[in-house]
Design a protein around this ligand. Structure first.
Ligand code: SF4
Length: 66
C-alpha cells in the first residue's frame, strides 16, 4: 500500500497545515518551534492508511503517495 510522503523542499511549514488536520488517523505530526514557527509535518507510515485526503488539501502539493 502506498503511504503519504511530505516533500520538505516543497512544504512551506505552515503551523496551520490543513493536511495535518484532515488526516483521519492522526498520522501527520508537526514539531512546534516557538510562537508561529513549525517544522515540516511528518507522516508516520505505521499509522497512515493511504486514504489520500492529505494530498487533496495541501495547498502546495507537497504530498505524494510513495
Ligand atoms: S494518506 Fe490519509 S491516512 Fe495517510 S497521512 Fe494522508 S490523510 Fe493521513
Amino acid at each position: 500500500m502506498k503511504k503519504a510522503f511530505i516533500d520538505p523542499n516543497i512544504c512551506d511549514r505552515s503551523p496551520f497545515c490543513p493536511a495535518k488536520r484532515v488526516c483521519p488517523v492522526g498520522a501527520i505530526s508537526q514539531e512546534v518551534k516557538g510562537f508561529f514557527g513549525a517544522g515540516t509535518p511528518k507522516v508516520d507510515p505505521s499509522k497512515c492508511i493511504g486514504c489520500g485526503k492529505c494530498l487533496q488539501v495541501c495547498p502546495h502539493r507537497a504530498i505524494k503517495m510513495v
